[in-house]
Write a protein that binds this ligand. Structure first.
Ligand SMILES: NC(=O)c1ccc[n+]([C@@H]2O[C@H](COP(=O)([O-])OP(=O)(O)OC[C@H]3O[C@@H](n4cnc5c(N)ncnc54)[C@H](OP(=O)(O)O)[C@@H]3O)[C@@H](O)[C@H]2O)c1
Length: 319
């Protein structure tokens, strides 16, 4: 194994992260430096998440990341070394993602991650699909997000009503993934449409988070004891969005009509990833890939991500 690797690194983000990332060469983490539960992996595929740019570009988020930093939460990789405490993985393909913004993320040829944030990649699942299943998949499992949330709700037998822009084949895609009813938010007033429904919901999930409209009507459209889940955080992470989450959580301590509120805090765990792997193997859920880039095209990948309209996951591979 070589001593050095290529990695995408940024030191300080003023503006867009893609303008701050430079491909540099640095040392491969030493196997002898691994601590309890850690594995050293050779990264095959990275899947991007909005947090990959929202955190480093925000004042609050950037305070959480030691810099210079390597971006990237999600990966599909081959294990090349493991701390003796790790008995589960040996030289095999794994997928998963960091649960907190890492200083040394997955946009590198090698990275060090906790084994408990990974699961074995099933033989019949493509590495790109494994990477795409990590943070978005586990977030969906704990509340719902985009294409994964639709499929998991369907796999659990729920009746699903969702919204999308209606651009291209978006409505057909939502129906194919398990939505029973789809609102095109550019053509119809989704809020009015939801309010006029006779049957109320057990669960309302806000995946966009760019307005409080859905939250405001949730007491009217939820069944007694129903739950409002906040996943989307709008266009950036700032003090205002953090304060809003705290305020809603406090209000939920005194629920009106017995409705509950919770904010999903993405957490990758072997257990959640194994559940998703099982559904993928059984054909109950599949990764939706919007686009693929090589590491040389990092700026283009981030530009696509920040449109907020990718139809599925954006993945990157070393080539
Ligand atoms: N709380 C957590 O732990 C957690 C974890 C992961 C992500 N997130 C947050 O969740 C949000 C979604 O993340 P993502 O990974 O799905 O990526 P994303 O790039 O934010 O989502 C893209 C998708 O959102 C749809 N969309 C955009 N605006 C919409 C609207 N007003 N109504 C309905 N659909 C809309 C787009 O469909 P159209 O093109 O059809 O509009 C596209 O399919 C982001 O705010 C992200 O930061 C939170």
């Amino acid at each position: 194994m070589a001593d050095t690797m290529k990695m995408g690194q940024y030191a300080k983000v003023k503006g867009n992260i893609e303008d701050a990332i430079h491909m540099v060469t640095g040392p491969i983490p030493a196997a002898s430096s691994l601590t309890k539960d850690q594995i050293l992996v050779r990264v095959l595929t990275v899947a991007l998440n909005p947090a990959d740019y929202k955190l480093p570009e925000s004042y609050v988020g950037s305070l959480l990341i030691r810099q210079p930093a390597i971006p990237g939460f999600d990966h599909c990789s081959r294990v090349v070394a493991a701390h003796p405490s790790v008995t589960t993985f040996k030289n095999q393909l794994v997928f998963g993602g960091f649960s907190r913004a890492p200083p040394n993320g997955t946009l590198a040829e090698y990275t060090v991650i906790s084994a408990s944030e990974c699961a074995a990649l099933p033989d019949d699942v493509d590495p790109e699909h494994g990477a795409a299943a990590a943070t978005a998949g586990t977030t969906a499992l704990h509340g719902g997000i985009g294409s994964w949330g639709l499929q998991f709700a369907n796999a659990m037998g729920a009746r699903v009503v969702t919204s999308c822009s209606g651009s291209g084949s978006a409505v057909d895609m939502c129906k194919e993934l398990g939505a029973d009813e789809v609102f095109d938010y550019r053509q119809t007033d989704v809020i009015a449409g939801l309010k006029s429904r006779i049957v109320s919901f057990g669960l309302v999930v806000d995946n966009a988070g760019n307005s409080s409209d859905l939250y405001d009507i949730s007491p009217m459209i939820l069944k007694p004891g129903g739950t409002f889940v906040q996943v989307g955080i709008g266009s950036n992470v700032d003090l205002g969005s953090n304060a809003m989450t705290v305020k809603r959580s406090l209000l939920a301590s005194f629920p009106v009509g017995g409705c509950k509120y919770y904010f999903v805090n993405a957490k990758n765990s072997t257990e959640s990833l194994e559940q998703i792997a099982q559904w993928m193997t059984e054909g109950k859920a599949k990764a939706v890939i919007d686009s693929k880039f090589t590491f040389a095209k990092v700026p283009q990948a981030f530009q696509k991500l920040r449109t907020g309209h990718a139809k599925g996951k954006i993945v990157m591979a070393h080539i």
